[in-house]
Structures are given as C-alpha cells and as structure tokens.
Design a protein. Structure first.
Length: 151
C-alpha cells in the first residue's frame, strides 16, 4: 500500500487557505449588510423632464406627454427661409483704400467688423472716410464687401 500524497505541510496550507476564504466571505457579507449606501436601490438616480437629477422615480400618471406631429420633425438640415433684401445691405465707413493696388477695408457701422473690398466690387470710386453701403459675399479668405456705393 502506497503512502498518501498529502503531507502535513500541505494539509496545513490548505486549512489556512480555507480559513482565509471563509474570513474574507464573512467580511464581505458584513460590509454588505452594514454599508451606508444601503444597496442598489439607494444608489439609483432619476432625471426629471427638465434634466435635473432626483432620487424619486417619475410619476407615470402625472407625466405630461407632449404631442408631436410627424410633419413637424425635420430630418437633415432645415431649409433657409426667404431673406429680406434689406438685411443683406450693410452700411459702413472706408477705413483704408489703396488706389494703386485696388483694394481696401470697410468697417461695418453695426458690428464694427472690418471687411476686405476689391476695386472689382466697387460701383463708384471711394476714398478713405467715405460712408458706403455694401453687400457681403464669401471670398477666398472670408467675407468680402461687394456692390459698394457711396451713401
């Protein structure tokens, strides 16, 4: 008959591991019972219709459900409405104009933005300090003044 493969040292190590597992499980259960959070139910948060976080669940009966018509839902980019031609015309003052090179800058009187103007965008000759009316178009490097007239 052969000897058992388990030695005294192996049995002791196994007993220690088993005891350690039991203590760990006991501590885990104790923490679970005595946790200040009180479990999953106390950790749940709700969001009301205004986007505020609350701890009370929403009342299903009191919910105000907005009625949305399918025609009102816009998929994609909304269409631009008709622009008023009067809104397209801006007024400004010529802050700089170089006749020999054929370009300059106009400062808008409303928003104080400065726009580039080329001699090709002029309807009349302008000089520095003139009050002008103009329209804006997209240029190579941003918005530029076109159809510039003295006021």
């Amino acid at each position: 008959m052969g000897r058992s493969q388990e030695t005294f040292g192996k049995k002791e190590k196994e007993k220690k591991r088993q005891k350690k597992r039991e203590e760990k499980e006991k501590k885990r259960l104790e923490r679970k019972e005595n946790s200040p959070g009180g479990g999953l139910e106390n950790m749940i948060a709700y969001v009301d219709e205004y986007g505020n976080i609350t701890d009370t669940p929403p009342d299903e009966d009191a919910k105000k459900k907005a009625v949305v018509k399918a025609e009102d839902i816009v998929l994609g980019i909304p269409q631009k409405g008709e622009e008023d031609p009067a809104d397209l015309i801006h007024e400004g003052k010529v802050t700089f104009f170089n006749d020999s090179k054929g370009y300059g800058f106009i400062r808008d009187l409303k928003d104080q933005e400065s726009y580039f103007v080329h001699v090709n965008g002029l309807k009349e000759d302008v000089t520095e300090g003139d009050k002008v009316s103009f329209e804006l178009e997209k240029g190579q490097k941003g918005l530029m003044a076109v159809r510039v007239k003295k006021v």
